[in-house]
Design a protein around this ligand. Structure first.
Ligand code: PMV
Length: 297
């Protein structure tokens, strides 16, 4: 079994520039690895191509998607495979991420076919399946708009938890959403701002400035989500409850003088970033103010 953790972006990846042959994102992004949530994948020989997720055989569409990735990684494949993947993400908590899935699958293919790829190579290869997967190979990771993926450092001990708003599968894939967002009238603004955010975030990480880092996470998240709201057709991953939680997070931060900040991805669940040494206090506050499932990421 090969395993990989999910990652959550603190500067978002939101747009594909090209595949060359690996993904080059439109804007540079940064993520944190989540050591509590992972995927495990096992590959074995089979009479037909099969893909199981958490013990359940997946439908044709899902199988096709996975094996189209396999065939891009392993050219002229002569044998059929059974791919068994498990996520430890709390069942259908709406946090399941393609990042850990494709990262673990890339590692499993590397092992099964004795490819001896380096970590750097596997990280790039996995982006063919999912852009965010490339970042699941490093703790704190930068993925720049030239296609480079590399680890970065900070002395901050960052931690993330998720407040679960919905368990439903997203109605629009991040792949389609990113394409749609390109027709938003603020997409050019996003391209410019995200690149500046990336440079500033690197600076704040290096200087261990958690407060500045936190406010930037929120700004970057909201601009990313504005690109979908202002696209044609307009849509949003966020629900009314997501906005209510955001408002409360800001209030808790102010009233309790505690540095907690929010971020949101391709779904309505709100993620909260804080410093590990404040976890106990943060958890108490989350339980006090939110009548929702809380998942430590
Ligand atoms: O790689 P994907 O298709 O899971 O896209 C990830 C997109 C976001 O989660 C919204 C942002 C990010 O950088 O992870």
């Amino acid at each position: 079994m090969e395993h990989a953790y999910i990652n959550i972006a603190i500067i978002k990846y939101w747009g594909k520039k090209e595949f060359n042959p690996y993904l080059v994102p439109t804007t540079s992004n940064i993520s944190i690895l989540c050591n509590n949530l992972y995927s495990k994948t096992l590959i074995s020989k089979s009479n037909e191509d099969l893909f199981y997720l958490n013990g359940q055989l997946q439908n044709d569409e899902e199988c096709k998607k996975i094996f189209s990735f396999v065939d891009k990684v392993i050219e002229n494949r002569k044998i059929k495979l059974k791919i068994e993947s498990y996520n430890n993400v709390p069942t259908a908590a709406g946090l399941a991420s393609s990042s850990s899935g494709y990262a673990a699958l890339t590692k499993a293919l590397n092992k099964f076919f004795n490819k001896n790829y380096s970590l750097e190579e596997m990280s790039k290869i996995s982006t063919i399946g999912s852009g965010s997967a490339g970042r699941s190979f490093y703790n704190l990771c930068a993925f720049d708009s030239y296609g480079n993926i590399y680890p970065i450092k900070t002395d901050l001990n960052l931690a993330i938890l998720a407040i679960i708003v919905s368990r439903d599968k997203k109605k629009i894939s991040s792949r389609n959403a990113m394409e749609l967002a390109k027709n938003s009238k603020i997409y050019n603004k996003w391209l410019k701002k995200a690149e500046i955010d990336f440079l500033n975030m690197k600076k704040f990480l290096k200087s261990n400035n958690f407060e500045k880092l936190g406010f930037l996470i929120e700004k970057n998240t909201m601009l990313m989500h504005s690109t979908t709201i202002s696209s044609n057709p307009s849509f949003s991953f966020l629900k009314k409850e997501s906005y209510e939680i955001i408002k409360k997070i800001r209030k808790i931060r102010k009233n309790h003088k505690i540095n907690i900040f929010f971020t949101l991805d391709a779904g309505p669940n709100v993620k909260v970033i804080y410093q590990k040494n404040e976890e106990e206090k943060v958890l108490k506050l989350m339980k006090k103010y939110f009548d929702k499932e809380i998942v430590l990421c």
